[in-house]
Design a protein around this ligand. Structure first.
Ligand code: C2E
Ligand code: MG
Ligand code: MG
Length: 453
């Protein structure tokens, strides 16, 4: 080939192929979709499918593979994925990388939807095994959305890709490592999500968030040891929303970082004010939930220091609740961050303990002070001996590791003596009080209650 021919062919490659994986890029993929759509207009029974594939937890995987050479291993991982995809389709089908960890596949001339589902299942089957990247074992999975060319009367290739993307989101929302088939009802869901996201952004500006406070009570003397800060959203149309209604989306979109910062600030400010007003009461700790996303912020420690400085709250009066997934998914850096927090004097609790996948062997190597037993064990405690045994074991484990225990979700009086017998130090739940607006919480503090049982 002449130099010019070579240059031309190189330019063509750059324009239509993904530089990393060698798969088709978005432009070429859209070109193929366009042709396939045209064919459906000429040939009524011609059917094809678009699969939109997004790797679950890619960022975590990428970071855990990251080495001193940047993200080279992450790149290798993506190349491995590309090979797997190519191996799962026929030579007439097209696999493309749309960018990041997003891939798309066009399945040519299929018989019916089951053909597309088979391919999605095959891909997931292949990914579910353990992949080796440069000798390192990696576990991955993918969420896949499927759109069929016959579902609606498509005109533009972009519409098909968008619908496959919408279905992919649905698959992810249903718990990842799944596939979902697009249907027009999903428009409504997608719209509602967009609306909620827009509302959520505005909520920050419009100060629609509130922190509610639930007392944490000593099982030794029945006094209030502190509070857990729980976020509420005073939605202009939908009323008071619980975190379950919006935190998942806030986490997905990253908005949780800003919201979480606000909660932390507000809760610290409030605790400082209460401690000043009631210096002789037993108020020791404000517990604040920290999401995985917040935990991964590089300036987390700096921000917390700043909040403590500007609110005047003593670091010893702050506890941060993290879930087991923070520890499981983040490996070694987590220990470093937790140690820094501990050095500041902040207490770390594991929230919802028993529902995640803590490696018990590693638990002792983290500077954790408190295990909060998930309410799914506390709740059936009086009816079911097995939950009682589990609580017994968790308390024993915590004490062996030098930690204390908070029982979550205590709803009835009869649960209290049992928890005391199991040597559980403290508890929270509707039996003592539901989460309270700050004005109600301060009224409760003022009475300096001592629960008796
Ligand atoms: P969590 O941290 O485990 O909080 C305890 C949840 O249990 C709260 O739900 C609380 O209202 C509820 N609860 C308390 N006592 C009882 C009881 O006796 N029975 C029952 N059935 N439930 C009880 P809430 O306020 O809806 O919060 C749900 C979850 O949302 C929290 O679970 C926490 O993971 C998350 N969350 C809340 N606020 C924040 C926040 O500011 N930031 C982050 N990242 N997550 C938050
Ligand atoms: Mg919590
Ligand atoms: Mg909890």
């Amino acid at each position: 080939m002449t130099g010019r021919k070579q240059a031309e062919s190189q330019l063509r490659r750059n324009a239509f192929y993904d530089g990393l994986t060698g798969l088709a890029n978005r432009a070429l993929f859209m070109e193929h979709l366009k042709h396939a759509l045209q064919q459906t207009k000429r040939q009524k029974d011609y059917l094809f499918a678009v699969l939109f594939l997004d790797l679950d937890r890619f960022k975590v995987i990428n970071d855990s593979l990251g080495d001193s050479l940047g993200h080279l291993k992450g790149d290798q991982f993506l190349i491995t994925i590309a090979h797997i995809l190519e191996a799962c389709i026929r030579s007439t089908d097209i696999a493309a990388r749309l960018g990041g960890d997003e891939f798309a596949i066009q399945l040519e001339g299929i018989q019916d939807v089951s053909d597309a589902i088979k391919v999605a299942e095959r891909i997931q089957q292949e990914l579910r095994g353990c992949l080796k990247v440069d000798g390192q074992e990696v576990f991955t999975s993918a969420s896949i959305g499927i759109a069929l060319s016959s579902t609606i009367d498509y005109d533009q290739p972009e519409q098909l890709l968008r619908d496959a993307d919408t279905a992919m989101y649905q698959a992810k929302a249903l718990g990842k490592s799944r596939y979902a088939l697009f249907n027009p009802d999903m428009y409504a869901n997608a719209l509602a999500r967009l609306q909620l996201e827009a509302d959520l952004r505005r909520a920050i500006e419009r100060l629609e968030f509130q922190v509610y406070y639930q007392p944490i009570v000593s099982l030794t003397n029945g006094s209030i040891l502190g509070f857990e800060a729980l976020l509420r959203w005073q939605h202009p149309e939908r009323g008071l929303l619980n975190p379950g209604d919006f935190i998942p989306l806030a986490e997905e979109t990253g908005l949780i970082v800003e919201i979480g910062y606000w909660v932390l600030y507000e809760a610290c400010r409030q605790m400082q004010a209460w401690q000043m007003s009631y210096p002789h009461h037993s108020l020791k700790k404000m517990s604040v939930n920290l999401s995985v996303k917040q935990f991964c912020q590089p300036n987390l420690i700096e921000q917390i220091r700043h909040i403590l400085d500007s609110t005047g709250l003593d670091a010893n009066s702050l506890a941060l609740e993290i879930t087991e997934s923070v520890i499981v998914e983040n490996g070694d850096e987590v220990t470093a961050i937790l140690l820094q927090l501990r050095e500041l004097g902040i207490e770390i609790s594991i929230d919802d303990f028993g529902t995640g996948y803590s490696s018990l062997g590693r638990l002792y190597s983290f500077p954790i002070s408190v295990l909060k037993i998930d309410r799914s064990f506390v709740n059936p405690m009086t009816a079911d001996n097995r939950s009682l045994d589990i609580i017994d074991i968790i308390v024993a484990l915590a004490h062996k590791l030098g930690m204390t225990v908070i029982a979550e979700g205590v709803e009835t009086q009869e649960q209290v003596p049992i928890l005391r017998n199991l040597h559980c130090e403290s508890a929270q739940g509707y039996f003592f009080s539901s989460p309270l607006h700050s004005s109600e919480a301060v009224a409760l503090i003022a009475t300096n209650p001592e629960w008796r049982w």
